[in-house]
Design a protein. Structure first.
Length: 375
């Protein structure tokens, strides 16, 4: 890279010879002015107003325009006599935390390259000191005829310098914010947070100048004698009538866009049965007829048909087991019936004996009373 300035960094009593190199470059497409009738170039010529003739660069000097419009000539010799200690030196004046620098002050960026082998050791020393302290250096330097303010920081293995505006060159934001009390609701803030989370982060290396690419396509098409590509029409944004609705639509659109980008191969869906609902603890009353419903009988019949047939040995064992269980059940049932009959007979005998005793006592009492009367 071509250097644009040669000098030295003054770090206390340490002097570091360096070269100043532009850290950025412009990729913007530039145009020339032409005469639309014949395509001729339109050029600006430097003409003296008093003599009405074009002058060369060697005949052009500097002047300061006074308030009344008069010109005060200033020569290079006048400027060279000015007491500027930073004419060829980047003088470090302080070290401060990086967050102390207002981004509004930052301007052009430069790389500081070590000039020659003697500068390697002090250059590395300053770089490692900046890394270790987690601070940036504030410096003064002169470039293109005036003194400037700069900030030195570490970028990779190099030292970069950002040109800074002087504090009095930064305007105060007066009259910029909306006037009057504006209240923002918590719901609106929540939607704004959701929109920021949905948009998420991005790698700045993925961003590119789409306008410049479109201009280059138009230039290439016209150079090849082809018709320039037509730009797609984008829907014009509607008027914002409801801030909440606009935020909700923005969140929905951002989610749909993100889901479309992150969508992978479609996988087969897994079908799962829904859990059965719990029945109520209260059961429906039984029918008086005692007949089972047709649907219940049909379900049982279908269940019996659906059961797989077992082997002969298993079916025989199952039949023997069921037969023995049925016999045991019948025996227990007959025993219960016999016991119930005996209990009923005993109860009937007791009741008959009681009735006989009562009737005998009554007849005996009647006979005794009749005998007493006859006597």
């Amino acid at each position: 890279m071509r250097s644009i300035w040669n000098g030295a960094i003054s770090f206390g009593l340490v002097s570091i010879p360096i070269k100043l190199v532009n850290a950025t470059e412009s990729h913007a497409v530039s145009f020339r002015q032409i005469h639309t009738e014949d395509g001729g170039r339109i050029r600006y010529r430097k003409v003296c107003e008093l003599e009405d003739r074009e002058v060369t660069q060697a005949e052009i000097g500097k002047a300061y325009e006074d308030a009344d419009g008069s010109m005060i000539p200033i020569t290079d010799e006048d400027l060279s006599q000015l007491p500027i200690p930073t004419a060829r030196t980047i003088e470090i004046v302080a070290f401060v935390p990086e967050d102390r620098i207002d981004p509004l002050q930052m301007g052009s960026a430069y790389y500081l390259a070590a000039s020659g082998a003697p500068a390697a050791k002090p250059y590395t020393l300053l770089r490692e000191a900046l890394k270790r302290s987690n601070r940036v250096a504030i410096a003064k330097f002169a470039l293109r005829g005036r003194e400037r303010l700069g900030m030195l920081r570490v970028v990779g293995d190099a030292i970069a310098m950002h040109g800074l505006l002087w504090p009095d060159e930064v305007r105060a934001p007066e009259g910029v914010a909306p006037e009057g009390g504006v209240t923002v609701r918590d719901q609106e803030l929540d939607l704004a947070d959701a929109l920021m989370d949905t948009l998420g982060e991005i790698d700045l290396d993925d961003l590119h100048d789409e306008y410049r690419e479109a201009v280059e396509e138009v230039v290439a098409a016209k150079a090849a004698g082809e018709r320039p590509p037509e730009a797609r029409e984008e829907a014009a944004p509607g008027k914002v009538l409801d801030l909440m609705a606009a935020l909700e639509n923005s969140v929905r659109a951002a989610r749909e866009s993100r889901d479309g980008e992150e969508a992978g191969p479609v996988e087969e869906a897994e079908v799962r049965s829904l859990p059965q609902r719990k029945t109520s603890s209260r059961r429906a009353p039984k029918e008086t007829g005692g007949k089972k419903s047709t649907s219940t009988a049909a379900k049982k019949t279908a269940a019996k048909k659906a059961e797989p047939k077992k082997s002969t040995a298993k079916s025989g064992t199952a039949r023997a087991t069921s037969a023995s269980s049925s016999r045991a059940g019948a025996a227990s049932a007959s025993a219960k019936k016999t016991a119930a009959k005996g209990t009923a007979k005993k109860a009937a005998g007791r009741s008959t004996a009681k009735e006989t005793a009562k009737s005998t006592g009554r007849s005996t009492a009647k006979k005794t009373a009749s005998r007493r009367r006859s006597a």
